[in-house]
Design a protein around this ligand. Structure first.
Ligand code: SAH
Ligand code: SF4
Ligand code: F3S
Length: 452
């Protein structure tokens, strides 16, 4: 099927969270070692891979949409189609039964098998074999510790420090798609940080479903993040996500005290009502969450808090929703990611509780929270007008190649004109905020404090 002597060309698309972005970089590295090449151009691809997400129904629908498009392409020319990631793991054969055009299914712990499965599929026709390939066994050990991800250009390195999740929040599919929680060897993480710095990726984001449960020998997450922040050349360290149930004081000390660790904590709330939190199996109460948020603010008032919230979880009443609303009013989040509850197959909630809140009610609750949060974000951003902040230059702005885009260490996007003073991606510059919306800060490079 593919041209002889030409390495097979792979096109890969990634959906879902940063963990999936990271996994796609691992996949690229594994395939490159086995002689595959990559193309942005779908027309030239011998293999199309989709690294998928299963967190909510709309994540599934996006993938089905893309698969429908591929059907037409596959009718015109030979093409191997592979579905990777959380949806492959969750739906397994059901996906290939529903979508016969899918040849290969590989879950998050099966990526080492991918080169072999693709080679077999690419040569299947001439050898009279089936193209079908499956690697959907979960592992208790796989951390890909020896695989150095193939990163795109830029300054951001996402690094998984652990895989899987043992929390079993009742709404969540991740423990089923990514299996048991396991922590990577800190040596491997630190080696990867050093390699990232060498390739210019000096802003490191450490990833785990609950970084607070990172354990390896006598290493915990606070010790690991401090060690990462000390690697020569590392400019900024971010992390996501800590779970509010077990936020250690030592981690708060690290965030508050180390200049390279960004002053931003993503602290998923999910609900502000105790009965719903219990049904969700979150194992903290509204009061414990609020006390933790207050403690973070007391320790370092400039730490920005962001959150995730689910509206319309099974049996959530209007009064219980209002408890969440009041927490959002109280905490002053820099940003909140607000979702309609989406029932996921196999989860505890799907087995035990009816998904009984009408879609319109879920949607209306989401809108009310979005309408509450937007002006809070805008106010926090506007309070920065006139201040000069250290901003790391990340990329051209999406709006114009004549503008830079960067982020404050509290994770707010800043845009400023390139004509002000020359800059290079990865520099940290003092930017004076001139204007602000809920989405971005508009700034000017501050000439008076160039060395800040
Ligand atoms: N491990 C991370 C969450 C990863 S999923 C953590 O605990 O912080 C990201 C977010 O998706 C969750 O915080 C939750 O708000 C949302 N989410 C997860 N499952 C969902 C579902 N079934 N319906 C709607 N939102 C969901
Ligand atoms: Fe899902 Fe909860 Fe694990 Fe986060 S901590 S991945 S929400 S089960
Ligand atoms: Fe991430 Fe989606 Fe899987 S959010 S962990 S890619 S289900």
């Amino acid at each position: 099927m593919k041209q002889p002597n030409k390495p097979p060309q792979v096109h890969i698309e990634t959906f879902g969270c940063q963990m999936n972005e990271y996994d796609s970089e691992l996949v690229k590295s594994l395939l490159r070692k086995s002689g595959f090449e990559f193309t942005e151009d779908r027309e030239r691809a011998d293999v199309m891979l989709m690294n998928t997400c299963a967190i909510r129904e709309n994540a599934h629908n996006k993938v089905y949409g893309h698969l429908a498009e591929l059907k037409a392409v596959k009718e015109q020319r030979p093409l191997v189609v592979g579905v990777l990631g959380c949806m492959a793991q969750n739906l397994k054969e059901e996906l290939t039964d529903k979508q016969p055009l899918v040849d290969i299914l590989v879950g998050p712990d099966g990526y080492r098998q991918l080169p072999g499965l693709l080679t077999k599929a690419l040569n299947a026709e001439e050898q009279g074999l089936s193209r079908r390939g499956l690697a959907v066994d979960l592992s208790e050990y796989e951390t890909y510790d020896d695989v150095l991800p193939e990163r795109d250009e830029g300054i951001n390195a996402w690094i998984a420090i652990m895989r899987g999740c043992d929390n079993f929040c009742s709404f969540c599919v991740v423990p089923y798609t990514r299996g048991r929680e396991r922590s990577r060897d800190p040596e491997g993480v630190l080696r990867e940080v050093e390699a990232s710095v060498e390739s210019g990726h000096t802003q490191i984001t450490l990833l785990g479903q609950n970084v607070n449960s990172y354990r390896h020998g006598d290493w915990d997450f606070a010790r690991l993040i401090l060690a990462v922040a000390e690697v020569p050349g590392v400019q900024r360290v971010r992390f996501t996500s800590p779970h509010p149930k077990d936020f250690p004081g030592a981690l708060l000390d690290a965030v508050a005290g180390h200049p390279n660790i960004c002053k931003h904590i993503h602290l998923p709330l999910q609900s502000g009502n105790d009965r719903i939190l219990e049904l969700m199996n979150r194992t903290y109460s509204r009061k414990e969450y609020l006390d933790l948020a207050a403690e973070i603010r007391r320790r370092h008032p400039a730490i920005a808090l962001t959150t995730d919230i689910i509206c319309g979880f099974c049996s959530e009443t209007e009064e219980e929703f209002l408890d969440t609303y009041r927490v959002v009013e109280e905490v002053n989040y820099h940003a909140a990611y607000i979702f309609k509850y989406s029932e996921r197959k196999n989860t505890i909630a799907a087995r035990k509780f009816p998904d009984d809140i009408p879609e319109e009610v879920k949607g209306e609750r989401v809108s009310r929270l979005v309408d509450l949060q937007r002006p809070i974000t805008a106010r926090i951003n506007r309070e920065l007008i006139g201040h000069t902040l250290p901003v790391m230059v990340e990329n051209n702005s999406k709006r114009s190649p004549d503008q830079w885009m960067g982020r404050t260490d509290t994770n707010i996007t800043v845009i400023w004109s390139k004509s002000d003073i020359p800059a290079t991606v990865g520099d940290i510059h003092p930017i004076t905020v001139l204007d602000a919306t809920a989405a971005v800060l508009m700034g000017r490079r501050d000439a008076t404090s160039v060395n800040a």
